[in-house]
Design a protein around this ligand. Structure first.
Ligand code: ATP
Ligand code: MG
Length: 365
C-alpha cells in the first residue's frame, strides 16, 4: 500500500446503538491506521436516521446515492426506531443503498470468539465446531419489494408479496458462494432452499445451483438443505457446515440464528459487497438499533469492529490483510482477557471494551 493512501469512508451511524458503535468503530479504525502508518481514513458522517426522519420528514437526500458513490466504502451502524414502522426505515435507507450500489452479496462470517461461550454444549467443548460463512443473496428474492394491498375494509384487505428470482441474480450469488468455499480449508458449500413447497423461484434456485456446481465438481464439496431442516442441522451438527448460501430472507433468518449460536448477535459482522468494485461496498454489524439498550452504554461493539476489519480487508484488496488480521487479533485478545459486555456474560460497557481494543491494536503493531 503506498504510504499516502487515503480511504474516503461515508459513515452512517443511524439510530440507537448504531450511533455508539459507529463512533467506537471510527476510533478503532483511526487507531489502526495511525499505528500502521501506511494508510488513513477520511470519514464523512451523514445524519441519515429514523430520528432525523421524524424531525424533517426524510431519511436520505435526493442525491444520497450519488454522494455515496464518491466514497471508497460505507460504514453503517443500524437504522430503525419503534415510532417508525421498520419497513419504512429499511426501504428508505439500507435497501436502496444495497440495490443501487450493486451490493448483491452479503457476507456474514460466524465463529465463536475465544473466551466467549456458545449455548451449544458441543461447541463449548470444541469451539472450532462452529466456523461458517453465510453468503446471502442481497438484491432480489423475497425482498424485491413487489406486491400490493387492496384497500377495502381492513378486515378484508388482501396483500401480496412477490419473491422475484432471476437466473442472472441466482447465478452470480452461487458463483460467489462457490468461490468463497473454494478458498476455505474445508471447501464445502451448503445451498439452502424451500423447493419442496415453493415450486417456481425455489426450483429455479436449485437448478442454477446444480448448473454452477458442475464447474466445481471435485474442487468444492456441495449439498442442498431445506431451510427448516437447516435450522436443526445448525444446532445439531454445526461441524458439518462450512459455507452456506441462501436467499435474502432465508439467510437473514439463518444469520441471526448463527450469531446466537456463536454467542451473541452483538459480535456478528456483515459486508454488503459489489464484487465488481465499481461502487463502494458497505460494512455493518448484523444487529439492529436495539432500542431496549440504546443510550445505556452497554452495547457490544465487537460486531462493529469485526465489520470494520472486513472493511479494511476489502479496501486493501489483498494488501491490508495483515492489518485486518491485527484488528481481529486485538478483538480476540480482549475477549480472552474477559473484557466483555453483558450479552457475552461480562459486565463491561461499550467504552471499556473499545478502550481495551484500542490498547490491543497499539500493543500489536
Ligand atoms: P433489525 O430489524 O434491524 O434486524 P431487530 O429488531 O432484529 O433489528 P436488534 O436491534 O438487533 O433487533 O436487537 C435484538 C436484540 O439483541 C435486542 O434485545 C438487543 O438489545 C440485542 N442486541 C442487538 N445488538 C446488540 C449489541 N451490539 N450488544 C448487545 N445486545 C444487542
Ligand atoms: Mg433482525
Amino acid at each position: 500500500m503506498p504510504s499516502d493512501t487515503v480511504f474516503k469512508v461515508a459513515a452512517i451511524p443511524g439510530d440507537g446503538i448504531g450511533v455508539d458503535i459507529t463512533e467506537a468503530a471510527k476510533e478503532v479504525l483511526n487507531k489502526l491506521a495511525q499505528c500502521d502508518g501506511t494508510f488513513r481514513f477520511d470519514f464523512t458522517t451523514f445524519d441519515w436516521s429514523s430520528k432525523a426522519y421524524l424531525e424533517r420528514g426524510w431519511y436520505m437526500p435526493e442525491d444520497a446515492i450519488a454522494t455515496l458513490k464518491k466514497h471508497d466504502a460505507i460504514y453503517f451502524g443500524a437504522v430503525g426506531w419503534p415510532s417508525v414502522p421498520d419497513h419504512i426505515s429499511l426501504w428508505n435507507m439500507i435497501l436502496p443503498i444495497r440495490k443501487e450500489l450493486n451490493q448483491y452479496v452479503n457476507v456474514r462470517p460466524t465463529r465463536i470468539l475465544p473466551g466467549t461461550k456458545s449455548p451449544l454444549v458441543g461447541c463449548q467443548k470444541d469451539p472450532k465446531q462452529l466456523d461458517w460463512i453465510i453468503v446471502r443473496e442481497n438484491s432480489e428474492g423475497e425482498y424485491a419489494g413487489q406486491g400490493g394491498t387492496t384497500h377495502g375494509h381492513e378486515n378484508y384487505a388482501v396483500a401480496t408479496e412477490l419473491a422475484i428470482f432471476s437466473y442472472v441474480g441466482i447465478e452470480r450469488i452461487m458463483r460467489f458462494a462457490f468461490e468463497t468455499a473454494k478458498q476455505r480449508p474445508r471447501k464445502k458449500l451448503t445451498m439452502v432452499t424451500k423447493s419442496n413447497a415453493q415450486r417456481h423461484g425455489m426450483v429455479l434456485w436449485d437448478k442454477v445451483f446444480y448448473t454452477v456446481a458442475k464447474e466445481y465438481e471435485g474442487v468444492v464439496e456441495f449439498d442442498k438443505m431445506l431451510v427448516d431442516a437447516m435450522t436443526v442441522r445448525m444446532v445439531n451438527r454445526p461441524d458439518s457446515l462450512d459455507v452456506i448460501v441462501a436467499t435474502n430472507l432465508h439467510a437473514d433468518i439463518l444469520s441471526d440464528l448463527a450469531a446466537a449460536l456463536a454467542g451473541s448477535i452483538g459480535i456478528a459482522p456483515s459486508s454488503n459487497l459489489d464484487p465488481s468494485r465499481k461502487y463502494p461496498s458497505m460494512f455493518e454489524p448484523i444487529h439492529g438499533s436495539a432500542p431496549d439498550i440504546a443510550g445505556k452504554g452497554i452495547a457490544n461493539p465487537l460486531g462493529a469492529f469485526w465489520s470494520a476489519a472486513e472493511m479494511v480487508r476489502w479496501l486493501g484488496a489483498g494488501k491490508l490483510d495483515a492489518q485486518a488480521d491485527t484488528l481481529m487479533q486485538a478483538i480476540e485478545n480482549v475477549t480472552v482477557a474477559g473484557v466483555k459486555t453483558r450479552d457475552l456474560g461480562g459486565d463491561r460497557g461499550t467504552q471499556e471494551v473499545t478502550k481495551a481494543v484500542l490498547d490491543q491494536v497499539e500493543r500489536l503493531i
